[in-house]
Design a protein around this ligand. Structure first.
Ligand code: ZN
Ligand code: ZN
Ligand code: ZN
Length: 393
């Protein structure tokens, strides 16, 4: 067989000299699960399911992009004609059906689904509501569910290449965090927005292909977990919560890549009263959350392990968000470390552990690392220091 001859899905993951193509085995697992669940077709639009399976990420346009993936039969990507040149169907997994501006993409999707009997369809969670409602009107006999019922559990278990990419992303974010804590990024006298822009630049120069967010919350603003960096100038003695992440190119070369997400809280000089004590509480809570994240621990159990340190110190009410979220192609995905989630952690799960304490009007503190549950225990992908960094300029 010639090397450039199209290969069938079972053989496509043998690419001489290159990294293994992760897609064919994902298609097989997705179709097995669809079969078990009696789902006739997956309809994938915006969100991470599409790039995870195809390598192609739909731009968040109003125009419809939709992969029609039947449990058996050929899959077709219905895509706006002007986007079609960006689609690379290199693994031979699906056909491409570009639609012109004068065509109705809902009709095209419906025609691909015309089986002559009521169908069970699962549609990606991030599909625009206008597309879903139009499809429901066009195919009234179909029953609908979320594609994440199929893809969620599969995407939550990362393979070796995904973990390798997440680790590389974390190391790149660590290098930026080290600059922050080591004083290479100056803080005093600059606005939060300026520092945020510098962190974003550094994420890119450390190898990220995209910056997803760079929160810089100083002084009393640090008590707002998702503060929007603004014009406030950082003053001596300010706590500064920096939470940033981006997308790092995948080692497999497929898809948009995998995310980093790290938080470190530094202080510019002598911290406000109580700060050092609360910092230590958060540091220990983060440590406990990570240590608890073993195979078989429930998601809520890992949340509890971290949270009880903060509750015992008397700051329970000041920790008002979940302890962590899964991470992958998306910054936030399953599994979520939150009360009520009794799903056990499985080998290959990747997620943040990010407890915080937020004292309104005073200050906030958060420490966040990405962790992977491995058979032998939790593996922290971030290694940036956890000790309180005092930056003097
Ligand atoms: Zn967050
Ligand atoms: Zn974060
Ligand atoms: Zn996070």
């Amino acid at each position: 067989m010639e090397l450039d001859e199209p290969v069938n899905p079972e053989q496509a993951n043998v690419m001489p000299g290159g990294p293994e193509d992760p897609r064919p085995s994902r298609w097989i697992r997705v179709r097995q699960l669809m079969d078990n669940m009696g789902i006739d077709a997956l309809l994938l639009s915006h969100g991470a399911d599409l790039p995870w399976l195809s390598g192609y990420e739909a731009m968040p346009l109003e125009r419809l992009t939709m992969m029609v993936l039947p449990a058996d039969g050929d899959a077709t990507l219905v895509v706006p004609a002007l986007e079609a040149p960006r689609v690379v169907s290199d693994a031979g997994l699906f056909d491409i059906r570009p639609w012109r501006e004068d065509e109705d993409p809902v009709e095209i999707v419906a025609a691909l689904l015309s089986s002559g009997r009521p169908m069970k369809l699962a549609i990606s969670d991030r599909t625009w509501a206008d597309a879903l409602l139009a499809l429901q009107r066009r195919i009234p006999s179909a029953s609908w569910s979320l594609a994440s019922r199929v893809t969620g559990p599969l995407r939550a278990v990362k393979d070796a290449q995904e973990i390798e990419t997440l680790a590389a992303a974390a190391e790149a974010a660590d290098r930026v965090a080290a600059c922050l804590m080591g004083g290479e990024i100056s803080l005093i006298g600059r606005s939060e927005a300026e520092v945020s822009a510098e962190i974003a630049d550094r994420l890119l120069s450390e190898g990220h292909s995209r910056v997803n967010f760079a929160i810089v919350a100083s002084g009393p603003n640090s008590a707002s977990p998702h503060h929007e960096p603004g014009r406030r100038r950082i003053a001596p003695g300010d706590p500064v919560v920096c939470d940033f992440g981006g997308t790092f190119p995948s080692v497999s070369g497929v898809g948009p890549g995998y995310c980093s997400d790290i938080t470190r809280t530094v202080v510019t000089g002598k911290p406000p009263g109580q700060f050092a004590e609360v910092y230590e509480v958060v540091r220990v809570a983060q440590e406990r959350g990570v240590s608890a994240a073993c195979v078989g621990t429930t998601c809520e159990g890992a949340d509890r392990a971290s949270r009880e340190v903060i509750e015992e110190a008397g700051y329970g009410k000041a920790f008002f968000h979940r302890t962590g979220h899964g991470i992958g192609i998306e910054e936030h995905e399953a599994p979520y470390l939150v009360a009520g989630n009794q799903d056990p952690l499985a080998e290959g799960n990747a997620f943040s552990v990010e407890p915080g304490v937020y004292l309104d009007g005073a200050f906030g503190i958060r420490i966040e690392d990405i962790v992977v549950t491995e058979a032998q225990g939790p593996r922290r992908l971030n290694s940036a220091d956890h000790r309180l960094a005092i930056v003097d300029h």
